[in-house]
Design a protein around this ligand. Structure first.
Ligand code: R5P
Length: 283
């Protein structure tokens, strides 16, 4: 039985289709004081809670779904297509919490197993008190790209996204891979990028990252490319958070199209992670 969080209803339906499973009768509501309540009257051997924790409300819904699941199923698996707070994986200044660990501990209390898709750092899986595996969706990102890219270059906005860019390039079938040097000022949130060495003049560039959140990283990378006479520019990522004005930032930087998966359900979610998550669930 698949139990979706309200932010992951489309992915949950796709996952149910992949697994030939049923979607549970989940309703989302609020009390007058603003507190959330999920209602999911079901009975099953195995409950799979599917909820991207894209907001504080989504976190609460996830914990509530797990609580229902614990009472009505023998086994509970939690799928975090996108794990919120995963990027807060260390105390950045003295006195900061390790928020990813705090979230992982809370989530662990209501489940037997956790799956998450492309966490920012693999090490975040160690914060859980139950077995947690990461599922790699990088192999899906080439699918929605235009088939006619000219002399393509797959560019990571920082070194840590290079493996992702390499996978997309390999799946696309042709193209070079390079990366920018990125430094983020954690006090101001400002990002500074040192351009890659590869010439981009006249070439189509796909900027590849794990997540587009505020869009500052992607837009900064694309700005540099425009200075160097780039051809068409596309952005692709696993998690299209696209907070606040991120999509506008990318459009203003000259990005022709943005693609992402449905770990975060947005208008740009061009490909579903359901097949790779289903495969992991079958194991
Ligand atoms: C950081 O290392 C990540 O890979 C992303 O580059 C970053 O989190 C994107 O954030 P934003 O869109 O806010 O620049």
């Amino acid at each position: 039985m698949i139990l979706p969080g309200s932010a992951s209803q489309s992915l949950a339906a796709s996952l149910a289709a992949e697994l030939d499973a049923r979607v549970g009768p989940v309703e989302y509501d609020w009390f007058a004081d603003g507190e959330l309540i999920v209602r999911a009257p079901f009975e099953a051997d195995h409950a799979v809670v599917v909820a991207s924790t894209v907001s504080s409300d989504a976190h609460v819904q996830l914990l509530q779904l797990q609580d229902v699941a614990r009472r009505h199923a023998d086994r509970v698996t939690t799928v975090l297509p996108y794990m919120g707070y995963a990027r807060q994986d260390r105390a950045f200044t003295d006195g900061d919490p390790v928020s990813a660990r705090a979230m992982a501990r809370a989530i662990s209390t209501g489940t037997d197993r956790v799956l998450t898709v492309n966490p920012h750092e693999e090490a975040v899986t160690d914060f859980f008190d139950v077995p947690c595996e990461s599922v790699d969706a990088a192999g899906l990102l080439a699918d929605p790209l235009p088939a006619d890219l000219t002399d393509p270059l797959f560019l990571a906005p920082d070194a840590s996204a290079t493996a992702l860019a390499e996978t997309v390039s390999a799946d696309y079938g042709t193209g070079d891979v390079d990366f920018f040097e990125k430094v983020r000022d954690y006090d101001t949130g400002e990002v500074s990028l040192t351009p890659s060495e590869t010439a981009v003049e006249g070439r189509d560039v796909v900027v590849v990252d794990d997540i587009i959140a505020t869009g500052s990283t992607m837009a900064g990378a694309i700005d540099h490319l425009q200075d160097d006479g780039v051809g068409r520019v596309f952005a692709t990522c696993v998690h299209p958070m696209l907070a606040a004005d991120a999509r506008t930032k990318l459009a203003r930087a000259g990005c022709e199209a943005v693609y992402g998966t449905d770990t975060i359900e947005r208008a740009v979610s061009a490909v579903s992670v359901a097949p790779v998550v289903a495969e992991a669930l079958r194991e």
